[in-house]
Design a protein around this ligand. Sequence first.
Ligand code: ASP
Ligand code: MG
Length: 403
Amino acid sequence: MLVVKKFGGTSVANKERIYNVARRVIEDYKNGNEVVVVLSAMGKMTDELIAMARDINPNPSRRELDMLMTTGEQTSVALMCMAMDVLGVPSVSLNAFQVQMHTTSAYGNARLKRIDTERIRHELDSKRIVVITGFQGVNKYDDYTTLGRGGSDTTAVALAAALHADKCEIYTDVDGVYTADPRIVTRARKLSEITYDEMLDLATLGAGVLHNRSVEMAKKYGVELVVRSSLTNEEGTVVKEDVKVEKMLVSGVAVDKSAERISLVGLEDKPGIAFRVFDALAKANVNVDMILQSVGRGDTKDISFTVDGNFGDDALKVLEDNKSRLNYEHVEIEKNVCKVSIVGAGMMSNPGVAAKMFECLYNEHINIKMISTSEIRVTVLIDVKDADRAANAIHDIFGLDEA
Ligand code: ASP
Ligand code: MG
């Protein structure tokens, strides 16, 4: 069997943890499997490297930033192979150049295009454990790129697809995917299975367990994922196309506290206004999420939308800079808001799920500022001070604590 095992930063944070991972991997190897290991940078190393960069230059070029960040993963893989050597098992570390993991050219946010498997195959045939740097790639200029924060998950899934692996395990510091963030919802419970679509919504909504592009890729290539802890032997959560057990009405509650809301008041009520507003934002690379347009009164209307907290001030600036062209009365930004969402594949065929969520918020006297839905998700925007209370109440009302 060929297995791809990915270990996150906390799993390789120090000497003891590196040996712990080495031992776990060696066990698989000794059971007769071919093992490909993908590693993240140790602990908070990526954050530290970014801080070092900003200390030297507050605005480092993305190319040089990638050049710097890729050293984090390179450190991990080399140390891991040194540990395996001490434990008497042959292994080899490879970076994105040695493998040749081809990406698009966008530094800091590249996408994997193609992975050459020859070198890896050769090393596996020579009975070595192959330890590969996550997060990094090579672009057409022969420069290092990175896949965006948390991108090592995507490296692992891409390798599993390219190598036709039998198994792809993502090891982290939690023992699986939960019905909610256990730090917020005390009765959160680990799920044994979840669909790609649900996981995608939860990943994008800030559940933080898996990089969302890794789930997209897993779905596209049909790579079944197991998310589990590197510190225990708990079974973890399987992420796949269709779950065996009956589809849950709601499988999870996600809280995203990084949202901010921007409102444009008193826009002209005529064709082309929304286009102008969102085109200006898109050109400034501001990603917009929930959008609400009011019914026009007289000849004006309002548009409000949410953005990720990192982009609120940018968005505001773009709108202010374009005030004369967009011709609105005034613009406001609200920072103390958050998104709470429920996600469930069973929602599609069951009416009343949204109503139940709204009733729950009403019972808690929590005001809803905005609502958006998809086939398998309902999201509300509420005051951030109500976030934890809302998440707990919603979790309870849908009985998510019961297996
Ligand atoms: N080390 C990188 C990061 O912190 C990639 C990863 O851990 O997946 O974002
Ligand atoms: Mg991660």
